[in-house]
Design a protein around this ligand. Sequence first.
Ligand code: ATP
Ligand code: MG
Length: 441
Amino acid sequence: MIRKLIGKVLRRPGKRVLHAKHYGIRRDQLHSGALKVCDRLQDAGFEAYIVGGAVRDLMLEKSPKDFDVATSATPEQVRHVFHRSRIIGRRFRIVHVPFGEEIIEVTTFRGASEAPTDASGRILRDNAYGNIEEDASRRDFTVNALYYDPRSEEILDFHHGVADLENKRLTMIGDPDLRYREDPVRMLRAIRLSAKLGLTIAPATKTPILVHAKLLENIPQARLFDEMMKLLLSGSAWACLMALRENGLHKLLFPLLDKLLSKPETTKFLRIALENTDQRLNEDKPVSAGFLFAALLWHEVEADWIKRQAAGEYPVPALVEAMNTVEDKVQKRMAIPNRYGAAMKEIWLLQPRFEQRTGTRPWRLMEQQRFRAAYDFLMLRVECGMVEQSLGDWWTRFQNASEDERMALMTAAADNGKPAATSSTAARKRRRRKPTGPKAE
Ligand code: ATP
Ligand code: MG
């Protein structure tokens, strides 16, 4: 009781000004473009701060993903200071200021006035401007409402964000129930940020999530897709997916997840695929979104592929048909942009070609643009027992072998009589016993 009271008194609202240096944040750690944006806006007589994820991540000694600036200047005034900038967004107008390859997102302080909402309380537009205090109250979590002034090297903390960071706690600003109704995507952000940053979601911030999952149905597909990509590329994708499921939020974004996690072999496949991706991201290595989608949907494709081959279809046309069937089903729920979809399909289509190890085929396969991703995918299937280990080992050796060794490997594969058995070769054998006539492959 007394503890609660002390806690309440200590968490009284009000601005705290902290020296950034005390928290290990130096000006030179910040993006030079973001610093320039702040400097020029301040020179023009406006307030300007680096805000949000960048300050939060630096305090946690993590490197920020992007740099956002909050200012008292309106979008038009920002445009006036930076001639190459662009105003984007309707629901939430922001200005993109390009700096070389990077874009700095500049937002005008949001006001406390009532924004128009739909029947469920979802904010339709949030373009009423205000002062910094009001802006801080309209942000989602306390740890995201820290403002860094590069000139004074001070951090302004309006909602005990620093205390929450020190206690590794994620707390919604204001009434969590209302704030989730205003923007249900905040539920997904809560899950992602807690998994990615190792923060515990405060009980009052967590409880409403369990009853509000359905509100996500009102969110436009494109925004959900963006959030899904952020989850998958967060560096903690596996942890995010598990937490989404625990909180009943996965149905719209990952409708196949329950099915995948109902079997040990498909669970293992997904876990290894996502953990490998997480590891690559944490080592700053590039990852392919096409590979991720290929892994997420493979189980569906493979099941249909096996069924078709068992019914007598040849492996390659059966795979193409299976891919088309699954793609049609998925596109009805959420459109995968073509740039990812094309890579995903190439990775799948190259899988049966790993079984062909005679003539010039192995060389031709290695020349394919997606060979590396397809090989990684094959090895994932090997690791999960979907393909024989010997086939994976053969390809690993073949890639690194001299010409003579390669010839020996090919002879050995041919001497074995047949390629190492996979689900598709096994099905083909079954098919041969059937008295069906030949078909074109
Ligand atoms: P990261 O960029 O690492 O994913 P972030 O917190 O910076 O995390 P952004 O999407 O870049 O996320 O948003 C920048 C800031 O804008 C946030 O820190 C938060 O203050 C605010 N913000 C973003 N989305 C919302 C939202 N849905 N509701 C309220 N505030 C938000
Ligand atoms: Mg950010």
